[in-house]
Design a protein around this ligand. Structure first.
Ligand code: SF4
Ligand code: SF4
Length: 276
């Protein structure tokens, strides 16, 4: 069985997107994270050789890098190149940093979030990743105001091998019903493969039975990992729970655990039946 770490190697980011739910500022030798009114102190980032040592007892594992902006982490390309055999990695990144040192070995996908900030650098990087054999998907956030930009980006991406995920913006108080023509136009582009229109939480997850029919495997073979080694059971627990502890000492649950939080994460539907 492979343990999955949703891994935030760094909470820093060079952008300040208006819709970003997370903000951090320097505090002492670490940072302070503010998210949905909650403040969390984070210690200094752990260096990559130490991460390899700390993760060793979980091998084989999968690290799914996210942020902040993971390319801001010093030595990320070396870290990924030294993952142990059978371990894998994926990344979600604004893809504006330096991508030249990365090798596609053991990479199961590169999600490049397009932010309209630096078209030139972004597409230069996509070409490098394309050449390097990465399986790239570009996520584009669609709003009624940026339809031209999204269309132009899709045209450019179509010249590469990368796929496209169109995410219509979902935020409180905003109603796509008033912009149904735009919604329909972009939804019609979904070909089920190259271009996907990610409209909402799939019904299968939204309609989960309550109370939950199954316990959740977060904390057993699925964790959120902070830059200072602090481990959470899942994303929701960052805001609504407590950490499980430090990666040095965390003892994974032996079996899926019940959870009282009514979240719509799909992990309770993915309890592995057989060791992989
Ligand atoms: S690139 Fe991502 S992490 Fe950075 S500010 Fe934008 S949404 Fe937030
Ligand atoms: S049920 Fe949801 S909130 Fe509870 S541990 Fe699982 S993912 Fe986290």
């Amino acid at each position: 069985m492979k343990t999955t770490f949703i891994f935030i190697p760094s909470w820093t980011c060079q952008l300040r997107c208006s819709y970003c739910d997370y903000a951090t500022k320097k505090r002492g030798d670490g940072r302070e994270l503010t998210a949905f009114g909650k403040k969390i102190k984070i210690g200094p980032e752990i260096q990559w050789p130490v991460w390899l040592y700390l993760l060793n007892r979980f091998r084989p594992y999968h690290v799914d890098l996210t942020g902040g902006e993971p390319l801001r982490y010093d030595g990320l390309e070396d870290f990924m190149a030294h993952l142990p055999v059978w371990s894998t990695w994926g990344i979600t990144s604004n893809t504006l940093g330096n991508v030249e040192g990365f090798k596609a070995v053991n990479n199961d996908g590169w999600t490049a979030s397009y932010h309209y900030h630096s078209d030139k650098k972004f597409f230069e990087n996509l070409r490098i990743l394309d050449k390097g054999g990465f399986n790239v998907r570009v996520t584009l956030v669609l709003t009624p105001e940026n339809t031209d930009k999204v269309s132009m980006a899709i045209e450019k991406i179509n010249k590469l091998r990368a796929g496209v995920n169109i995410h219509p913006i979902l935020k409180q108080g905003f109603d796509w019903g008033k912009h149904s023509q735009i919604w329909d136009e972009f939804k019609a582009m979904d070909d089920g493969k190259r271009i996907l229109f990610i409209s909402d939480i799939p019904t299968v997850f939204a309609d989960l039975e309550w109370p939950r029919p199954q316990a959740c495997h977060a904390g057993m073979d699925y964790f959120i990992l902070f830059p200072d080694g602090i481990v959470y059971r899942c994303y929701t627990m960052i805001l609504r729970g407590k950490p499980l502890g430090h990666i040095k000492e965390v003892v994974p649950y032996k079996e899926p655990q019940p959870c009282k939080i009514r979240c719509q994460f799909p992990c309770d539907l993915q309890v592995p039946k057989e060791p992989m």
